[in-house]
Design a binder for this molecule. Structure first.
Ligand SMILES: Cc1cc2nc3c(=O)[nH]c(=O)nc-3n(C[C@H](O)[C@H](O)[C@H](O)COP(=O)(O)OP(=O)(O)OC[C@H]3O[C@@H](n4cnc5c(N)ncnc54)[C@H](O)[C@@H]3O)c2cc1C
Ligand code: FES
Length: 297
């Protein structure tokens, strides 16, 4: 006897992939890292086990908005993920008001992260230079930790406007011997920009006759990244930069984060791009706002 029609129909709702579905989870820890930046730790085992440095999550603040945040750290065994958010507008204002136990939704890990080069016949230790400016520090912290676990030597340049805004300073200090600090106002480290800090390290290395860095990873304000692209050209430094563009879907569907006529999307082909791929793009020139209007940078 043929099965009755209703017996053959699955009543289970179709399950969306984790990049489209929110993992709703309570906040485990909130810490004030700087006067403007708070860090949040949540339980998200699937993200913690698969995320690579430079990837991001879409963070849903119920009833408010969904915004992209870089992954700052993971604890794969405990299934914890951390991100750090600067207070800049409506969504981050609500985020900064949340406390332990409040629910957030996470989608991810999303995008393409940093890639350590594998050079044949040359085992680690190789040297990596990482440069973080302002709230660009989270993905750089994750990349530093991960490279050190892979036996890379990592030199860090951490820049901010002023001493109190040097995000994750203590955590970087625990990880690496070479931590160059720069502040715009000279309250800590060298007065100047993170790009100038990076040039000091590059000059020192050249003067000592040491081999150049095998790679450089950077995240921070776009003018800083633009300066680093110039510096990388001068010192023949293989540079990868993490970009920010206004994101809606975060998974390559809406096209809001496209940066060139080829249709390269920051959410899927990036957010990390080799500097060599940024010529003939909007990098350093313009960006789209929430309504799709082009804004000069
Ligand atoms: C891949 C990626 C990783 C990021 N990682 C971090 C991080 O680790 N820490 C951090 O503090 N910030 C990060 N940002 C920036 C962060 O998403 C914005 O600061 C946040 O969305 C601001 O929201 P708001 O409503 O508080 O501010 P608004 O007042 O709405 O906007 C303030 C600024 O934030 C930008 N912004 C707002 N909404 C979005 C959005 N949906 N997508 C992208 N930019 C937006 C706008 O360009 C605007 O200039 C990241 C952005 C991207 C694209
Ligand atoms: S945010 Fe929709 S395509 Fe990138």
């Amino acid at each position: 006897m043929a099965p009755r029609r209703e017996e053959r129909i699955s009543l289970a709702a179709p399950v969306a992939p984790p990049t489209l579905r929110h993992h709703v989870t309570p906040i485990l820890e909130v810490s004030k890292e700087t006067p403007k930046i708070k860090a949040f730790v949540l339980s998200a085992p699937a993200i913690a086990r698969t995320a690579t440095p430079g990837q991001f999550m879409m963070v849903w603040i119920p009833g408010v908005d969904e915004i992209p945040m870089s992954i700052a750290a993971v604890e794969p065994d405990e299934g914890h993920v951390e991100f750090a958010a600067a207070l800049v507008g409506e969504a981050t204002r609500h985020l900064h008001k949340t406390k332990r136990g409040d629910l957030l939704g996470l989608r991810g890990p999303l995008g393409k992260g940093f890639e350590l080069p594998i050079s044949e016949g040359k085992p680690p230790p190789q040297s990596l230079l990482v440069v973080a400016g302002g709230c660009g520090a989270p993905p750089i912290l994750f990349a530093t930790d991960s490279a050190l676990h892979g036996d890379w030597e990592v030199d860090v340049v951490l820049g901010a406007t002023t001493e109190s805004e040097l995000l994750y300073r203590r955590r970087f200090n625990c990880l690496t011997h070479t931590l160059v600090l720069t502040t715009d106002d000279g309250t800590a480290g060298t007065q100047g920009t993170a790009v100038q800090g990076a040039e000091v390290l590059l000059k020192q290395r050249r003067a000592a006759g040491a081999e150049g860095y095998a790679a450089c990873f950077a995240c921070g304000p776009e003018p800083m990244l633009k300066g680093l692209v110039k510096l990388a050209k001068k010192y023949e430094l293989p540079l990868q930069v993490s970009l920010e563009r206004y994101m809606k879907c975060g998974v390559g569907i809406c096209g809001h984060c496209i940066i060139d006529i080829k249709g390269s999307r920051v959410c899927t082909e990036g957010p990390v791009f080799p500097a060599s791929q940024l010529y003939n793009t909007d990098f350093g020139k313009s960006t789209l706002d929430a309504t799709g209007r082009r804004q000069r940078l």
